[in-house]
Design a binder for this molecule. Sequence first.
Ligand code: C5P
Length: 269
Amino acid sequence: MIYCSPAKLNLFFRVLKKREDGYHEIASLYQAIGLCDTLTVKLASEDKLFCDNPAIPCDHSNLVLKASELFRRKTGLSIYVHFHLQKCIPIQAGLGGGSSNAATALWALNQLAGKPATEVELLHWSAEIGSDVPFFFSSGSAYCTGRGEILEEVPALSPLAVYIAKPKGGLSTPEVYKNTHVPDLAKRDPLEALSLWLNNQPVCFNDLESAAFKLMPELTVFKNQLIERGWENPAMTGSGTAFFAFKTADKSALQTHFLWRQEGKWYSQ
Ligand code: C5P
């Protein structure tokens, strides 16, 4: 079976406070997009992961294999799979590629096993893999709080078309959070931003940008170059280093679109 594993954008991203457990309390509007990896699954006698991108580790540190272990632990089933992953989503980009692959693997395993788990169970279990994984069990648009794992479904958002660009280097998520000084952040009200989106007035910002720019000064140059090339209000997604915008005169920009799934079905392009 072949599954589409979509990227996500953080249309806006607030960091509200640092928590005692080392995580940060966030409030972000997440959106799935049509930039997808492909995950092929086949029942086997043991788990194995193959990937066309040599930069991706295929050992048990990969979230796909973690998802498979989690599924066996939660269901008590002895189900093993060979996963073939074709990567299209850039890594260390803030586009949620690894999290999406894990969510897709959980979905696929549940299908292969005859659906022993509900979608809500998969969503709750997936928070053990990473803060961004539960989002992919939403319809494709969700307002996420807590460390990112608490979801509130929102109606389908517009605009539909979006442009993405990423410079060469990537950033580590924990490093970006570690360099974010919460008291210095502009105290924008995330619920007000959400309400603007729901009234068709897109507003994009990301509280992780200042830390990302500090860690990787080339990012400031990259963002300014996007603006010079005709990108309107580009914003970083997640902990970077990809940027997105809804309007650009840049003909070479990668264009994709918002993506949703129907209940009972996984994402497809
Ligand atoms: O949840 P996940 O494993 O993806 O998080 C990776 C790291 O990113 C965490 O260990 C933490 O350092 C940081 N993080 C954070 N606040 C969040 C999400 C992640 O500080 N809301």
